[in-house]
Design a protein. Structure first.
Length: 294
């Protein structure tokens, strides 16, 4: 464990401190990286970059020993580039991804996590083709070097990206392959039907199908549901069906060295659990009933 552990959580980007506040929040959890949305995830309204106190945040980030290029931005949920059924949805998705890539670059971050989308009854193959088409349009216009990390999905509804093979297909169809990577979510792959406990097996399969060189970020979440549930309901570390020991193996696995690990676990009694969860992973030791003391 000689190399630096990049671990953090989702943090807010709220007035009045915006990005400066995001960095302060991450520091308070003992984070060495973090993930944020550049605005509300449910819509496309975004404040101008010059109002977000980015330079002040970058200064504090540097003082804290965190690196800009290890920060992760998450794209808004309103994007669904797989959907050409709903009028305007495809174009909205393309334009929003372009905007988010440019905003991500302004923060110095290099990775934008994107849910591939849902095919809404058109079929997985059509959904995959639509996503690849959208990404080609995006990458021909955005003018950044930010990579899109396609997230592994749990399989709710008609989600695309449940199997590693589906994400591989999107990459294969895209003309800008060097701009594409993957975000592996432990809750999602569990709920999608992968045996998340077989850490070496999961990573070997990922490497065979996609390539570990494309793995840009790991979302570390326990799951409220058993394997194959297709639910996508995150749970606090050690309180779900995956458990601390398995998740700790992902955190400290040598094949995942240098890759940011991001917690997206639920608040406990309206309080963030991240300081406690991050500390347990840093120590490599589970604290029984830790939520009781939050």
């Amino acid at each position: 464990m000689g190399s630096k552990l990049y671990i953090g959580s989702h943090v807010s980007l709220n007035a009045p401190e915006f990005f400066l506040g995001s960095v302060k929040e991450a520091i308070s959890y003992g984070s060495t990286t973090f993930m944020f949305y550049t605005g509300a995830p449910q819509n496309t309204f975004r404040k101008p970059l010059n109002e977000l106190r980015i330079e002040e945040g970058k200064k504090l980030l540097k003082e804290a020993g965190m690196e800009e290029d290890k920060l992760i931005v998450h794209a808004p949920y309103i994007i669904n580039a797989a959907n050409k059924v709903k009028e305007g949805q495809f174009d909205l998705s393309v334009n929003t991804i372009i905007s988010e890539l440019r905003r991500t670059a302004a923060f110095g971050a290099k990775t934008l996590v994107l849910h591939p989308g849902a095919h809404v009854g058109q079929g997985v193959e059509v959904g995959i083709e639509n996503i690849a088409e959208a990404l080609d349009i995006v990458f021909s216009q955005d003018g950044t070097d930010v990579k899109v990390a396609l997230e592994t999905m749990a399989g709710k509804g008609s989600e695309v990206g449940i199997r590693f093979e589906e994400i591989r297909q999107i990459i294969d169809l895209c003309s800008y392959k060097d701009r594409l990577g993957v975000c592996l979510d432990t809750c999602h792959i569990n709920d999608a039907g992968y045996n998340v406990d077989d850490v070496d097996g999961i990573l070997d399969e990922f490497d065979r199908v996609i390539g570990l060189d494309r793995l840009l970020v790991v979302h570390i979440n326990d799951s409220k549901n058993p394997i194959g549930a297709h639910k996508d309901r995150h749970e606090n570390i050690g309180y779900g069906y995956i458990g601390f020991d398995t998740l700790n193996k992902y955190i400290h696995h040598p094949k995942l060295d240098g890759i940011p690990k991001i917690l997206e676990t639920p608040y406990v009694n309206e309080k963030p659990p991240y300081k406690q969860e991050i500390q347990m992973f840093k120590d490599g030791k589970y604290v029984k009933d830790w939520r009781e003391n939050l």
